[in-house]
Design a protein around this ligand. Structure first.
Ligand SMILES: [Ca+2]
Ligand SMILES: [Ca+2]
Length: 381
């Protein structure tokens, strides 16, 4: 199979983004940690960076929980080989979004009706992605060098295959500069999530990462599936609960347990791993939600098919919304972005608390990272 690299954007957005963020400096390490950094404090939405997006506080929604509107029509289609490992989400309505001032892009809260669909119970794993690559010979975006003609003025030494990798600083740093913990890493790709010296050999049941949007699309087509819309993803994540803070309910640690793989301790330098994992965890390491779905909160962010706009919900269709017709991120105008959902192992109460069902993320379509993967959905026959 011919490697897919036909998006005009290709690596352009990522690399140009990286270049612009680094001020086109040849040595991004010149952006060093302050010798005496102030104690980190949650930063404002306005100051939020692009890669982890706005931090926010817990939703604080009232506990007057109602139950999701159940399906009133149709019966569950019979599982087949094609839907193995998937849960059926029956036709029905749910409340989408959050009335929270720290997440203005999740407003207004809307009642949305969805047709039924199947959804993967887990994030796509390295084992599953390897099967796809072995069957097709597919090469991911991160494995293909950017073309010099696409990057006038770029340092040729940086025009090599690679991706973005989280790298913790040695000490506390101000939280308004994500270049303190993100770096461009030549040789980073899905087989080498943190760079050429890293491996997935002991992570075959972890979610695949370093996946750009077109890499997720290519897998989904091969599997006879597609990416979820944002509405499909959010309804599935809520597991039948309505307006609760977390995908498992309204309490962060029921019975003292951590219910998802996020980040505890000081961000970004001191992960105490109270939940058991520093970076990705094997899928199904935490309890499933009410729909039998795992890791709908954190572990890795997941691509959705919607273009990202902060005002998307205002114009959502009441039934089966597919998202806006184009993309606009005020933080990076001109960079086409699709929606990410669910948060990741980097989500912290101190920074980027977005392992919440209503929280939205977004990313340049050609940009993978080592905290970004996906899962698929499938329409009934
Ligand atoms: Ca963790
Ligand atoms: Ca996830």
């Amino acid at each position: 199979m011919k490697p897919v690299k036909n998006l005009a954007l290709g690596h352009a957005v990522l690399v140009s983004c990286v270049f612009s963020l680094w001020g086109c400096q040849e040595n991004p390490k010149s952006l060093t940690t302050e010798s005496n950094p102030p104690k980190p404090e949650p930063i404002s939405v306005a100051a939020a960076p692009a890669l982890c997006d706005p931090p926010s506080r817990p939703l604080g929604l009232a506990a007057n929980i109602s139950t999701e509107t159940k399906s009133t029509s149709g019966s569950e289609p019979k599982p087949t080989k094609a839907t193995e490992g998937m849960s059926w989400i029956a036709p029905g309505k749910f409340w989408m979004g959050a009335d929270d001032s720290t997440m203005p892009d999740a407003r207004p809260v809307r009642e949305i009706e969805l047709s039924g669909y199947w959804i993967d119970q887990t994030e796509v794993t390295n084992r599953q992605y390897e099967a796809f690559v072995k069957a097709t010979g597919y090469k991911t975006v991160a494995e293909i060098a950017p073309k010099a003609e696409d990057y006038p003025g770029a340092d040729p030494k940086l025009l090599v295959p690679g991706s973005v990798v989280f790298t913790p600083p040695a000490a506390e740093v101000p939280l308004d500069d994500f270049l303190q913990w993100w770096r461009w890493q030549p040789g980073a790709d899905w087989r080498h999530p943190e760079g050429p010296e890293s491996s997935i050999a002991d992570r075959m049941d972890h979610p695949v990462v370093q996946i750009a949007y077109e890499d997720a699309i290519a897998y989904a087509k091969w599997a006879g599936k597609r990416l979820p819309t944002e509405a499909e993803w959010e309804r599935a994540s809520r597991g039948g609960l309505e307006r609760q803070k977390y995908v498992w309910g309204d309490e962060l640690n029921p019975s003292g347990k951590w219910m998802s793989n996020n980040w505890q301790g000081g961000f970004p330098n001191a992960n105490s791993k109270v939940d058991g994992f520093y970076s990705t965890a094997p899928v199904k390491s935490y309890p499933a939600n009410g729909f039998g779905l795992f890791d709908m909160s954190a572990n890795v962010w997941e691509w959705c098919s919607d273009w990202y706009r902060p005002d998307a919900y205002k114009n959502f269709s009441a039934k089966d919304p597919k998202g806006p017709a184009d993309s606009f991120d005020p933080q990076e105008p001109g960079v086409p972005k699709r929606v990410h959902r669910g948060g990741s192992f980097l989500c912290s109460d101190l920074y980027c608390i977005r392992y919440l069902p209503a929280a939205r993320g977004k990313g340049a379509i050609d940009s993978g990272a080592n905290h970004l993967g996906f899962r698929c959905v499938k329409d009934p026959d």
